[in-house]
Ligand binder design. Structure first.
Ligand code: FE2
Length: 144
């Protein structure tokens, strides 16, 4: 099953190549998690998912926040606050994972991470990031 890839659904595409490419990484992590949960022959490795997520929140959020500053986005405070909450939730889930001793506990955390990532895609990307990209796409210089 390794290498199985499902394309990011169009509803999460925002028409900004760099941001879309970064959101594909998040969707790929969600895919990896679902495949790990469904494929019982595959080693269940939530640790790798957290490794990917921790690096992702640091670089991706900084990228968007630099664009907001450079292109004078007016809803910056609300968007920053959402990023802060998402980062905090990743840290909380990761701490739960580090303390989980049993497989059922890990499976419960995997379910919670899957739900968290789905909410991130459906709310933050499809609504909050979409609003940012709408602003950026009115400025041709921001499309890179
Ligand atoms: Fe964002």
């Amino acid at each position: 099953m390794i290498g199985q890839f499902i394309a990011m659904p169009d509803q999460f595409r925002l028409d900004h190549p760099a941001i879309d490419m970064q959101h594909e990484v998040l969707f790929a992590l969600y895919n990896e998690l679902k495949i790990s949960q469904e494929d019982h022959e595959m080693a269940f490795d939530l640790g790798d998912i957290f490794l990917g997520l921790n690096g992702y929140v640091a670089t991706h959020f900084l990228f968007e926040e630099e664009l907001m500053a450079a292109f004078h986005y007016t809803d910056t405070a609300m968007h920053h606050e959402e990023h802060r909450r998402l980062s905090e939730n990743v840290a909380l889930l990761h701490n739960r994972f580090k303390q989980a001793k049993t497989l059922p506990e890990q499976q419960q955390i995997a379910n919670d991470v899957a739900q968290f990532l789905l909410n991130w895609l459906a709310h933050h990307i499809a609504e909050v990031d979409r609003k940012l990209v709408r602003h950026l796409n009115t400025l041709p210089a921001a499309l890179s």
